[in-house]
Design a protein around this ligand. Structure first.
Ligand code: M6R
Length: 357
């Protein structure tokens, strides 16, 4: 097929074809839905990303590290799951001593920007309008605009001064799964290069183990969850951000009202909703003393608490546990939606890429 381009005056405009390096993954297993296929692709795509950060993308990684080190303030701008991964990114940078924040793209004016502010846009599609509008405004006002995208040559990548690709390949289910995971891995990798102790190498195998060790247990719990209207997800510190991501998955794909809470906030109001049988998912790694108190607060009022890692497998390495917990949440979402007979890949009222304001 031949395609021709014309300008407003009807004159033909010649364009140079560009071959996209955009491969789909042929993993040898039959899947009923894209969502579960994409969950299963995570060990592979995480490995591809880690390898590429060390090789073909190493110059871009160095550029990111250099810009982060030089900036007075770092602001991540994103929406939805990409916002949740950016919360992990900014948190890791704060733990390393940088002044870093995440803002929702639709609320980006909530922050002060100047010529010493580094912007890091995070977007799977690279086409989210709220992010594009924020970047267009900030391009001249901020120091530099960097981005972390999945889709090469996307608008956000083209606006950016420099862009890291997360190499997750095409993601077809409306829910972000493998792209969320690879965004987080990119931030873990950067944090590691900036001096944080992160076991990046274990991630692909651990994701694989997390999927395989949890599937049967998740299917069992999904049968309980399918009747629920509400569920609360609690975590503290960096795990609070994972709770936000798990709750978004449960809402959009399982149609359950899932509310994420920082454990410490329970006593400030939501505890009033906990009664006999209320379901709560708690991210409870051994080092988190305070979340244990929150679990007791729920259990003593008759709430039913499912715990990661007590009831599910997730390796307790810091900060990777946060990522492994989200993999459990993805599986829980998928199997609950399947129990309910929901459309899964194409949930009602939602689009994969939100290209309107
Ligand atoms: O393409 P983006 O990462 O910019 O998309 C942002 C959100 O629209 C997206 O993450 C959305 O929240 C997903 N459906 C979540 O699963």
């Amino acid at each position: 097929m031949e395609v021709k381009f014309f300008n407003k005056r009807g004159e033909e405009v010649k364009k140079k074809p560009l071959k996209l390096k955009w491969v789909d993954f042929d993993i040898k297993k039959e899947f009923e839905h894209f969502m579960i296929k994409e969950i299963y692709e995570q060990p592979l795509v995480s490995k591809i990303l880690i390898d590429s950060l060390k090789t073909e993308q190493s110059d871009i990684v160095n550029k990111f590290l250099d810009e982060i080190e030089k900036a007075n303030k770092i602001v991540f701008i994103a929406a939805g799951s990409s916002y949740h991964s950016s919360l992990m990114g900014s948190r890791l940078l704060r733990e390393l001593g940088y002044e870093a924040y995440s803002v929702l793209a639709s609320e980006y004016k909530d922050m002060k920007y100047d010529k010493n502010t580094l912007i890091i846009a995070v977007s799977q599609s690279g086409e989210t309008m709220d992010v594009i509008l924020a970047l267009k405004d900030l391009k001249e006002r901020a120091k530099k605009v960097l981005s972390v995208v999945n889709v090469p040559y996307s608008t956000i990548q083209r606006i950016s001064d420099s862009s890291l690709e997360i190499k997750a390949g095409p993601e077809k289910c409306v829910a972000a799964t493998k792209t969320y995971t690879n965004q987080v891995i990119a931030f873990l990798y950067l944090a590691n290069r900036l001096g944080m102790k992160v076991n990046v190498e274990e991630i692909p195998d651990e994701i694989n183990r997390t999927i395989n060790m949890n599937e049967e247990r998740v299917k069992e719990i999904a049968r309980d969850l399918k009747e629920e209207r509400d569920i609360f997800i609690i975590g503290r510190g960096i795990n609070y951000y994972s709770s936000l991501e798990i709750s978004l998955k449960l809402k959009e794909i399982s149609y359950i009202h899932a509310e994420a809470l920082a454990g410490g906030e329970l006593k400030h109001g939501t505890l009033a909703l906990i009664e006999k049988g209320t379901k709560v998912l708690a991210l409870n790694p051994s080092w988190d003393i305070d979340i244990k108190t929150n679990i007791e607060e729920v259990a003593s009022r008759g709430g039913v608490v499912y715990e990661i890692p007590k009831d599910f497998y997730a390796k307790e390495s810091y900060p990777n546990f946060s990522l492994y917990s989200v993999i459990v949440g993805q599986l829980l979402t998928y199997y609950t939606a399947r129990e309910k007979g929901l459309p899964i890949d194409y949930p009602r009222n939602l689009a994969k890429s939100v290209t309107v304001k």
